[in-house]
Write a protein that binds this ligand. Structure first.
Ligand code: UD1
Length: 448
């Protein structure tokens, strides 16, 4: 192992991430208290689309990705890939197909540096590291730094790539990785589950010499989806969906045509918004099989969830307290913890919400408290004592999922709420106000 200064990898930055979506400093004004009612179509999964786009770097063929959502994070990944020399074009959907189609071609890559200015906006930028290293034998990628939900180091990504034979140094805030003679397959055992590290290693191993086994790999559906796309590009991968992935490296990969799955986090968020308002909403184009734990917890909390193919109908006559703990997939996702807490804020009885993935993912708690929620933090757990009513307030979004939790609380609250810093929301929710308004939500964007 190269002499890393690991303190660099764990250094924390300020809580206020510099991410800015198309919405700049826009805010959302919400007048709550009305049950949501109607149908909402779910968009393509952000966390599937980002690693898929980075995987385009693995081939000089064209990778066609369908059902790409319109999100600030997708725009950030597009800028990152374009500055590497990838050509990216988007086509609007035809014949009522959902989402846009992106065509990415990395035949003309002339730059293997991922600059700080882009990486700092979005941590998933680090997903270009594995593909660049595997195909070009070198990469220089800015360290992502901290973010609002914790320090989030990348040590597992780097240790894993070193086990595949990469030399890694840190230079002025950059990861400098090289493998002049290519990468070699190895057994990599992750000490704990990391989605991003699994994805970086999976893409790198696809072009390594020999066999790689990734043990304790993340089982998130987005990892499985990336593996399916890599297989369509010619990779040899076994164990998709299990915690050991076996990859037999190939000399080259080709282009492919791949459909991005629906966003399970958006689905869960909208289901919680429906339940929190006592509404009756049908989510269309969903993958309910990816949300079993979420729907189980929501069911225990009083929601009635009816699944019919890709349609999920959510009703909730009354919300009951329930204990929830976030865990790697197939457990309850950390990306829905804040939204679930907003739903439970008005429950009958108390709930214990425990965050086991990130160390500091309770930034929404003080803001929910300003709306009348009764929440006490004890280390990694939050005790949520249900209150009869929430009241509107001016609140501040601090990160992507915390923003959605404030929107849910606002929809369930009496009176008017203004959610500031909506650029966080725009990173991961496509046209949220346009999706909620037809269901009766009084919600409008105020340009900032
Ligand atoms: C991905 C998701 C994010 C989700 C998270 C956990 C994308 C683009 N983002 O993020 O929405 O919240 O999974 O489901 O898919 N860790 C280390 N060292 C590492 C890597 C991770 O200590 O090298 C820690 C992290 O700080 C965190 C935990 O491991 O505490 C899990 O992080 P990880 O699964 O890697 O999250 P991301 O891939 O960044």
């Amino acid at each position: 192992m190269a002499p890393h200064d690991l303190s660099v990898l764990t250094a924390s930055r300020t809580a206020d991430s510099p991410n800015r979506g198309a919405g700049g400093m826009d805010s959302l004004r919400i007048r709550g208290g009305k049950p949501l009612s109607g149908e909402i179509r779910v968009g393509g999964a952000k966390n599937a689309a980002l690693p898929l786009m980075a995987a385009a770097l693995l081939t000089d063929g064209t990778l066609t990705l369908r059902n790409i959502p319109r999100l600030a994070d997708i725009a950030t990944m597009t800028s990152l890939l374009e500055q590497h020399g990838v050509t990216v074009s988007f086509e609007e959907p035809t014949n009522g197909a959902p989402g846009r189609t992106a065509k990415l071609c990395a035949a003309g890559v002339d730059n293997t540096t991922a600059p700080y200015d882009i990486v700092r906006k979005m941590r998933a930028s680090v997903l270009v590291l594995g593909p660049l290293l595997a195909r070009f034998g070198r990469a220089r990628v800015s360290l992502p730094g901290g973010c609002a939900i914790g320090t989030r180091p990348v040590d597992l990504h780097l240790k894993g790539l070193e086990q595949l034979g990469a030399e890694i140094d840190l230079d002025q805030g950059y990861i400098v990785a090289s493998a002049p003679k290519g990468l070699t397959g190895a057994d990599v055992v992750f000490p704990f589950v990391s989605v991003g590290a699994t994805e970086n290693l999976l893409t790198a191993a696809a072009l390594a010499r020999g066999v790689t086994r990734l043990k304790n790999a993340a089982r998130e559906p987005e990892v499985g989806d990336l593996a399916e796309c890599l297989k369509a590009m010619g990779a040899r991968i076994e164990g998709i969906g299990a915690d050991t992935l076996t990859i037999e490296g190939v000399d080259a990969l080709s282009g492919a045509d791949h459909l991005v799955p629906p966003d399970r986090i958006e689905t869960g968020s909208l289901a919680m918004a429906a339940a929190a308002t006592g509404g009756d909403v049908t989510l269309v184009g969903a993958r309910p099989d990816m949300l079993e734990q979420v729907f189980r917890a929501m069911g225990q909390a009083g929601a009635v969830i009816d699944v019919d193919g890709d349609r999920v109908r959510v009703r909730c006559p009354r919300v009951l307290g329930v204990d929830v703990m976030t865990e790697p997939y197939p457990g309850f996702p950390t990306d829905l913890q804040a939204q679930m807490m907003a739903m439970l804020a008005r429950a009958e009885g108390a709930s214990m919400v425990t965050e086991s993935i990130f160390e500091n993912r309770f930034m929404h708690v003080p803001e929910l408290s300003r709306m009348g929620a009764n929440i006490n933090l004890h280390g990694r757990s939050a005790m949520v004592r249900g209150v009869n009513r929430l009241t509107g307030a001016e609140v501040m979004a601090t990160d992507l999922r915390a923003s959605m939790s404030l929107v849910i609380a606002a929809l369930a609250a009496e009176g008017e709420t203004v959610v500031n810093r909506v650029y966080h929301l725009d990173r991961g929710y496509e046209r949220l106000e346009d999706k909620l308004a037809p269901c009766g939500a009084e919600i409008e964007r105020i340009a900032g």
